[in-house]
Design a protein around this ligand. Structure first.
Ligand code: ZN
Length: 120
């Protein structure tokens, strides 16, 4: 008989999941893909990838809304679409947004999950 494997989830991950879900909901709020004229409902996308840059994975400044197609086929696979999205974000949010986000990305200290949850 096969037994159901016990899934071990670390305490850290348990604390992270609801904050990550909330982050996604806030990023999707407004309901439009970042590509002008795109009618499809958005997913919450990361500017700096969440797997690599844990400091900014639930940072609102690190998120933008894009539909499945523009997120996966565009942002992640097509350099032209990725550049287009980067240009749109820089235009909408400005150089200070980029500089500050990058600073937080490389910060030595971890963000306070509890504080972020409250802020979201
Ligand atoms: Zn789209």
């Amino acid at each position: 008989m096969r037994r159901t494997p016990i899934r071990r989830v670390s305490k850290k991950r348990q604390a992270y999941a609801p904050v990550r879900a909330l982050w996604g909901r806030v990023i999707r709020q407004g309901g439009r893909c970042i590509i002008p004229g795109c009618p499809h409902p958005p997913q919450a996308c990361h500017y700096w990838p969440e797997g690599k840059y844990k400091r900014v994975r639930v940072d609102l400044d690190n998120g933008f809304p894009a539909c499945f197609y523009h997120h996966i086929e565009g942002w992640h696979k097509d350099p032209d679409v990725q550049q287009q999205i980067k240009d749109i974000l820089l235009e909408q949010r400005g150089q200070r947004w980029y500089d500050r986000l990058k600073m937080r990305r490389d910060a030595a200290t971890r963000p306070d999950l509890a504080a972020i949850k409250v802020a979201l």
